[in-house]
Each structure stands twice: as C-alpha cells, then as structure tokens.
Design a protein around this ligand. Structure first.
Ligand SMILES: NC(=O)c1ccc[n+]([C@@H]2O[C@H](COP(=O)([O-])OP(=O)(O)OC[C@H]3O[C@@H](n4cnc5c(N)ncnc54)[C@H](OP(=O)(O)O)[C@@H]3O)[C@@H](O)[C@H]2O)c1
Length: 328
C-alpha cells in the first residue's frame, strides 16, 4: 500500500511516499480501516520534527486521524462491523491507505457525513468540545476569547462556544482569517497582529474582561489574554503553535482567582475513554442540526502530504486540510 514515511526527524523534506506492506490482521480490540481521507494536524509537524510529546523512532507513518470503511475487525470488537463507515483517532499511521485503530477510538459516522469531513473532525472538534465543557465548564452567556480562531482547533472552538451559548471573540492574524471566523459564528473579531488585544477586549466587554480563554497559540498572546480575564476566569492551554511556551505568573492567578487549565484531548483516550462516545454523539448531533460546519480549506492526494504540511507550517491553512487516497 502507499504510505507517507518520516525517514528522519526534522524537516518536512524528510517525508517520502513509499510502498509498504499493509498492516497485519487486527488484533484483539482492533479494527483495520481502508482509509479514504486523513486529517492533517499541526501536531504532525511536531511529531515528524521529533518535537511532539510522543517521539516514535523513524521510519514511521504520521497521521493522527483518518476516515474510511472498516475492512476487518479483531476478536472482541463489539460496536464496529466490517463495512461500517468510520472515523478513527490514531497514535500515528493515518497518512496511508490502511491503518489499524483501537475499536475504542473508532466511531461510526452519521450517514450523511463524507469521508473528507470526517477525517478532519475528531481532533479539532473533540479538543474544543472537551476543553470547553469538561475542563472550562463554559456557561451560556459567558464571554469566550479564542486565539488562532481560524485554525484547525480554533475554528471549532468558535463554533462549539456558540453551540454552548457563549459570546465569542475570535482573534486571528489577518482580515481573511477573521472573515472565516465570522462566517463560523464569531460575534467579535480582533486582528491580534494589527490591533491591541487588551484594549479591544476591554472595549468589547464594556470595560471588563473575558470569562474563558482558549489558547492553541501560546507565548505573548497568552500573557495578554491572561491580563484580559475577569475575576474567576479560566484559561485553557491547548498548544504552542506560535513556538513559545509561556510561563504563567502565579500572582495574577491568585489576585484574580483564575484557573489555568492544561488540556490534552488525546490523553482522554487512555485516562477517560468512557467520555468519548457521549461527546461524539453530541458533536454528531450538532453537526446534523447544522450547528457545526466543518471547514476544509485544502484537499490533497496522499502523495502531496508535504505540500499540505507546508501550508499548515506556514500559517496559510484555515480550518482543516485533508489528504485523500482515492478510496470511496
Ligand atoms: N491539547 C490538545 O489536545 C490539542 C489538540 C489539537 C491541537 N493541539 C495544538 O493546538 C495547536 C494548533 O493546532 P492546529 O492543528 O489547530 O493548527 P493550525 O490549524 O495550524 O492552527 C494554528 C493557528 O495558530 C496560529 N499561529 C500563530 N503562530 C503560528 C506559527 N508560528 N505557525 C503556525 N501557526 C501559528 C495561526 O493563526 P494566526 O495566523 O491567525 O495567528 C494558526 O491558524 C498546535 O500547537 C497543536 O499541537 C492541541
């Protein structure tokens, strides 16, 4: 089968399209999937650079999420059957024509959801759903500030914030990106490269601040957002796409009764797997009712994975980029 292989940690050019044997038959609790599409994530760049929290030794195939038909199921698989249309979350291996997934990480798709949409759905929406509900307890009417609001996870935070009844301020680095955030429901827009984030928040909040900050960017933007929160605010640390890991001043947490919350969605697959099925049920229901409108800004053949990853690394993607294999 065709697969993208990371042959050495480092540059995107260390990736190659190779022909490899397909995975072995699924073991107990596993599912083998014929992949139609795979979602591209910023974390694929981190993993192939050897900078992700998990560092597999090359050669390996990246790709944290995929969608397609179930080709075979292992002993003990109960929910998923051969022929089902599914999405799956993977430790890696999605940039290929087939992959093995744990049945527990595999979810049957709504009948109307196409594979490209499904391939980019799980991580982006799952992360924002978990972060805003399980972790931050976002309430109706609260003011939510989303950094990187036109990116993969950021745009889903805008939509899920709206689905939960919050008022949403979207921050992004260009007018085009802000237009995307607006089209997905953002109430207020801030170009945080051109405007003063803190004073714009104060203006929008009538002299006050925000209740929840959702931050996939990190660095100085987090520091400014921290100073733009209300008493009792919650800040969710999602990632560091800007490249700088911020230090959090405990004195400000104390004085304003703030909570800084780390959130790593993938770890719930191992620590709280029972939360995932109800979360997907709610997100699929929101999708069916039109509250979630996944954006795919680029579709590329598997062979063009490097081009797709470059777009993400160069900050040119909005919503999700997906790779397709040609399978239907
Ligand atoms: N904690 C979790 O469970 C979890 C789950 C998924 C993703 N993540 C993390 O969240 C972050 C975003 O992931 P994603 O897949 O949504 O990525 P993405 O689609 O590339 O979005 C990242 C956004 O960050 C902003 N950004 C600021 N500086 C950047 C830079 N130097 N390079 C690239 N983007 C930059 C960009 O928006 P502007 O141009 O508008 O600033 C971009 O839209 C990553 O760090 C990823 O590892 C965490």
């Amino acid at each position: 089968m065709r697969a993208i292989q990371c042959q050495a940690w480092g540059e995107i050019d260390n990736l190659a399209l190779v022909d490899v044997p397909p995975p072995a038959a699924p073991g107990p609790g596993e599912v083998l999937i014929d992949i139609a599409a795979a979602g591209v994530n910023f974390a694929d760049l981190l993993m192939t650079a050897g900078k992700y929290q998990e560092r597999p030794m090359p050669p390996f195939t990246p790709g944290f999420e995929a969608a397609g038909h179930v080709r075979a199921v292992g002993v003990g698989a109960k929910r998923v059957r051969v022929g089902d249309r599914v999405l799956a979350v993977l430790d890696r291996g999605g940039f290929a024509e087939q992959a093995l997934a744990r049945e527990a990480d595999t979810f049957i798709l709504p009948a109307a959801m196409d594979f490209a949409t499904a391939a980019g759905f799980a991580i982006a929406y799952g992360t924002s759903h978990g972060a805003l509900t399980w972790r931050a307890g976002l309430q109706e009417g609260e003011l939510l500030l989303v950094l990187g609001a036109a990116g993969g996870v950021g745009l889903t935070a805008v939509e899920i914030g709206k689905a939960l009844g919050a008022r949403v301020i979207a921050c992004a680095g260009s007018a085009e990106k802000l237009a995307v955030a607006k089209a997905h429901g953002a109430d207020y827009l801030i170009d945080y490269r051109a405007e003063n984030l803190r004073s714009r928040v104060r203006e929008i909040a009538d002299g006050g601040g925000v209740d929840v900050v959702y931050d996939p960017v990190g660095g100085d933007d987090f520091d400014t957002a921290l100073r733009s929160t209300n008493w009792g605010g919650r800040l969710i640390v999602i990632g560091f796409a800007g490249g700088k890991v911020q230090q959090i001043p405990a004195n400000i947490l104390l004085v304003k009764n703030l909570s800084a919350l780390g959130f790593y969605w993938g770890s719930y697959r191992r620590h709280r797997p029972q939360l995932l099925a109800p979360a997907f049920a709610q997100m699929f229901q929101w999708w069916e009712s039109g509250k979630l409108k996944p954006r795919i800004s680029g579709r590329y053949d598997l062979a063009e994975a490097k081009t797709a990853l470059r777009l993400v690394g160069e900050r040119k993607a909005t919503g999700k980029i997906v790779l397709t294999t040609g399978a239907q």
